[in-house]
Design a protein around this ligand. Structure first.
Ligand code: 5RP
Ligand code: CA
Ligand code: ZN
Length: 220
């Protein structure tokens, strides 16, 4: 499939890719980059062209090495009720900042946090024994301004959110298991952009647009 090949090539070159999940799930399109490749200009593009929440999805194995829990498991509060309308659970873990950031929110600070998460994920892939929660804590603090998402253990066989769709694409592209995702919002309607508008944006910008169905069929 040409859409998949284009997405793999884009990821290998540092992204981005537009990924629409499914009309019967969120029905949203996320702008997705391999975390290692994110620059301040890419964070600016996510803020301005996408406008959703900027999150970094890491694989189950990486989250285990970081000892980053699901947020819903980590906090005991009456509001905790991890039961979204579109899936059986969310993938949110903790929000973090790299320790060498100041406020954590600027494009430069967020790009630093995101690329360092990519570097840390690659380090876990190389040697999971060598990267501990203490290593993670020496590099990052929480609360912070980049939301970490935990991928399901069996990726697309377990869950088919943008979290897993992005991580499956990274794995297929030979990229480390850390991808940044940001939902594309429509400024006029106050809703998520339609798949048609997302595809038209992608076309204008020379960004591959791929459907969740294509990724599941090829990569699950
Ligand atoms: C974080 C989200 C987004 O939907 C993001 O795409 C990751 O979530 P999911 O894996 O559920 O699609 O809620 O802003
Ligand atoms: Ca969501
Ligand atoms: Zn999503």
């Amino acid at each position: 499939e040409a859409a998949l090949e284009g997405a793999l090539d884009a990821f290998r070159a540092g992204g981005p890719v537009c990924i629409h999940d499914f009309v019967d799930r969120e029905g949203e399109t996320d702008l997705v980059y391999p975390a290692r490749a994110v620059t301040p200009a890419a964070v600016s593009r996510m803020r301005n062209d996408a406008g959703g929440l900027i999150c970094v999805a890491v694989s189950h194995r990486v989250a285990e090495a970081f000892e980053l829990p699901f947020l819903a498991d980590a906090i005991d509060h009456p509001a905790i009720d991890d039961d979204p309308a579109y899936d059986t659970r969310s993938s949110f873990s903790l929000p973090v900042n790299h320790r060498e950031t100041f406020t954590g929110i600027t494009d430069i600070d967020r790009a630093r946090t995101i690329t360092e998460l990519g570097t840390a994920a690659a380090a876990v892939e190389r040697d999971p024994e060598a990267y501990t929660a203490e290593t993670f804590a020496s590099e990052f603090r929480s609360p912070g301004h980049v939301h970490v998402l935990r991928g399901a253990e069996d990726l697309l066989a377990d869950r088919t959110g943008h979290t897993e769709l992005g991580l499956a694409l990274a794995a297929a592209a030979g990229e480390p298991p850390a991808v940044v995702v940001c939902e594309m919002m429509d400024d006029e309607t106050g809703t998520a952009v339609t798949p048609e508008d997302a595809a038209a944006y992608a076309d204008r910008q020379g960004i591959p647009y791929v459907e969740g169905k294509t990724l599941v069929e090829a990569l699950e």
